[in-house]
Design a binder for this molecule. Structure first.
Ligand SMILES: *[C@@H]1O[C@H](CO)[C@@H](O)[C@H](O)[C@H]1NC(C)=O
Ligand SMILES: *[C@@H]1O[C@H](CO)[C@@H](O)[C@H](O)[C@H]1NC(C)=O
Ligand SMILES: *[C@@H]1O[C@H](CO)[C@@H](O)[C@H](O)[C@H]1NC(C)=O
Ligand SMILES: *[C@@H]1O[C@H](CO)[C@@H](O)[C@H](O)[C@H]1NC(C)=O
Ligand SMILES: *[C@@H]1O[C@H](CO)[C@@H](O)[C@H](O)[C@H]1NC(C)=O
Ligand SMILES: *[C@@H]1O[C@H](CO)[C@@H](O)[C@H](O)[C@H]1NC(C)=O
Length: 544
């Protein structure tokens, strides 16, 4: 027994213990496994001789790295842009390393790749469990035991869970064995083992909580219900559990205190990890929350029945364009002149007596001819007619031309009277039209209408939404949709729910001629999470 213990002591304390040079090949092999980091910083307490030999040996061979070797103090942590391609190596045998690891900004564990060398198996665990390593940190420990180098990744599933050491690779006899199931961190660690994530959900209608699962009242809090189900699927993908917190609004910044309310406030102040209800991407929010995916497209627009053309235009001028009108006047004058000319020639050639005695003969007078052509224009007959063949041809041509013009004019008017106007194409046209306005009574409509600064949008609020008695035209959805039906009313609503109600309440022909104009200057609602969340890549991958 004693002999056995003696032998065991002898074996474990034999000078298998490595020098820093032994780490060169495992580190090089591991760097290759990590897909060739652009740059390697070694922060160690070795003496100059050891450093020199390390670098010299490291740069042998075909691959060469940008390698820097410095002492193990916090100032030597590099400041670079592409941190995820940067590998930092520290040696736990150095007395300064433990302090360095404690002092370093916790966020750097997620941004750099780290490799912690430790000579004696086991001692690494003690140091590393103290560190604020989270699920997205890329910290690897490399321990040597009996000539084999074991590389493990070190992380936690949640801020309060136990630290996990998971084998990544082992190196012996000059070759490395990859033990990972995938080279993607998200893929390897995505089983969160029921870790609880906190989510904030925006609910604006009390009844919504009763219908989160049963697909009823889809038009009420649509975006909440859609995203609630998606969030549950996401949690299933990650094998996480979720704790919902109900808030009443998405959140807006208070100008005085600079604090955010609602869901954004929860995310900013670390009361929740996930904003489980999609929200608009606006420039003021971008620096406070992280948008990760756009799961459900939606649009809010003004919807209205295009008014009849006669309501916006002068239909009597519309059948012909302005050049046709000019030509008509020219034709009229030309006909008059041609007739006067031919009738005058008549009087010169024929017997002058006929003209004075016969009242039905056209006289070469400008006024008489004018009246005759005017009568033809108005589709009336004339009591007088020219005598000569030439003048009659001119008259017949005038009659026939004017008849065709008259026919097309009347036909055009009939068609125009029934057609809808295309005059309202932009928000400005809408503002200048005689339509009345309303908006769906939702939190974000109230916010965006009252806070609009762009001139046309601001005018829309002041002139159309705000009434003279100080009340505002925010209507319940049903009422607004019903008023669109009766015409001359533009209603701002979420299209999906609005059209659902139209589908249920409108007659077939009432659904025709609807027009939409976008008012909000925002894109589709995106799903957001806490800024710098350690779960970001996991949620993003899960969502995609
Ligand atoms: C570990 O560090 C001590 C001094 O802190 C040194 O004497 C020893 O040689 C080092 N061991 C290795 C394997 O580098
Ligand atoms: C390394 O290789 C030698 C000979 O090739 C072998 O005896 C030894 O067991 C190997 N060691 C390991 C850890 O595989
Ligand atoms: C999810 O985590 C629980 C708790 O660790 C575990 O029992 C279960 O097997 C996991 N589910 C899957 C699908 O991995
Ligand atoms: C809040 O402050 C911004 C800029 O400081 C200003 O443009 C905006 O009008 C303010 N909003 C309110 C509601 O006071
Ligand atoms: C956020 O809150 C969680 C749970 O209360 C806590 O574990 C974590 O340390 C907090 N994060 C920050 C950055 O304060
Ligand atoms: C998120 O990380 C960036 C970059 O490291 C930092 O500037 C910012 O303050 C962090 N934001 C929060 C809310 O922690």
């Amino acid at each position: 027994m004693y002999i056995l213990v003696g032998i065991w002591l002898l074996v474990t304390s034999t000078p298998l213990v490595s020098s820093s040079l032994d780490y060169v090949s495992p580190i090089k092999a591991f760097a290759k496994l990590l897909n060739f980091p652009l740059k390697i910083s070694v922060l160690v307490c070795w003496n100059y001789d050891a450093r020199y030999k390390f670098v010299a040996q490291f740069q042998q061979g075909s691959e060469s790295y940008l390698l820097s070797i410095k002492s193990d103090s916090i100032e030597n942590i590099p400041v670079v842009k592409d941190e995820e391609r940067h590998l930092i190596i520290v040696d736990l045998n150095c007395s300064g390393t433990a302090l360095l690891l404690e002092q370093v900004d916790p966020r750097l564990y997620n941004r750099f790749k780290w490799t912690v060398l430790s000579h004696i198996g086991g001692s690494a665990a003690e140091y590393l469990t103290q560190l604020p390593l989270l699920i997205n940190s890329e910290v690897y420990s490399m321990t040597e035991h009996n000539g084999v180098f074991y590389i493990k990744e070190v992380y936690r599933k949640g801020p309060n869970s136990d630290i996990i050491f998971e084998p990544v690779a082992s190196f012996s006899n000059g070759s490395i064995v990859d033990e990972r199931i995938s080279d993607s961190i998200v893929h390897r660690r995505k089983n969160l083992e029921r870790e609880v994530l906190r989510a904030s959900m925006v609910v604006t209608n009390k009844d919504t909580l009763n219908h989160l699962h049963d697909y009823r009242d889809k038009h009420v809090d649509t975006i909440t219900k859609v995203n609630y189900l998606l969030t549950n699927y996401l949690m299933e993908y990650l094998n996480a559990s979720v704790n919902y917190k109900i808030v009443s609004q998405w959140g807006y910044k208070d100008n005085k205190t600079g604090k955010w309310s609602g869901m954004i406030g929860d995310l900013v102040e670390n009361r929740s990890d996930i904003g489980a209800t999609g929200l608009f991407v606006t420039s003021d929010r971008i620096q406070y929350i992280e948008y990760i995916a756009m799961p459900s497209a939606t649009r809010s627009k003004f919807v209205f029945h295009s008014p009849k053309l006669s309501y916006t235009n002068d239909v009597f001028l519309l059948p012909f364009n302005k050049f046709v009108w000019y030509c008509l006047v020219a034709l009229f004058l030309l006909s008059v002149l041609a007739l006067v000319g031919t009738v005058f020639a008549e009087t010169q050639l024929l017997d002058i007596q006929d003209f004075n005695s016969d009242a039905s003969v056209l006289k070469p007078s400008f006024y008489d001819t004018f009246i005759l052509v005017l009568a033809a224009t108005c589709q009336q007959g004339s009591a007088v007619a020219p005598k000569s063949f030439t003048a009659r041809v001119v008259m017949i041509v005038t009659y026939i031309t004017l008849m065709f013009l008259y026919t097309s004019y009347s036909a055009n008017i009939t068609a125009l009277l029934q057609s809808p106007s295309t005059k309202i194409q932009t928000l400005e046209d809408l503002l200048n039209s005689r339509l009345k306005f309303g908006a769906d009574d939702t939190v974000f409509n109230r916010y965006y209408f009252t806070h609009a600064t762009e001139p046309v949008r601001h005018k829309i609020y002041e002139q159309k939404i705000l009434q003279k008695d100080g009340s505002e035209n925010f209507l319940p959805l049903d009422e607004g949709v019903n008023r669109i039906r009766h015409g001359l009313f533009a209603f701002h609503m979420e299209l999906g729910v609005g059209y659902k109600i139209m589908g249920e309440t409108y007659l077939e022909h009432e659904k025709c001629g609807l027009q939409e104009i976008q008012y909000l200057q925002v894109i589709d609602p995106w799903y957001a999470i806490q800024k710098n969340s350690s779960y970001k890549e996991f949620l993003k991958t899960g969502y995609f």
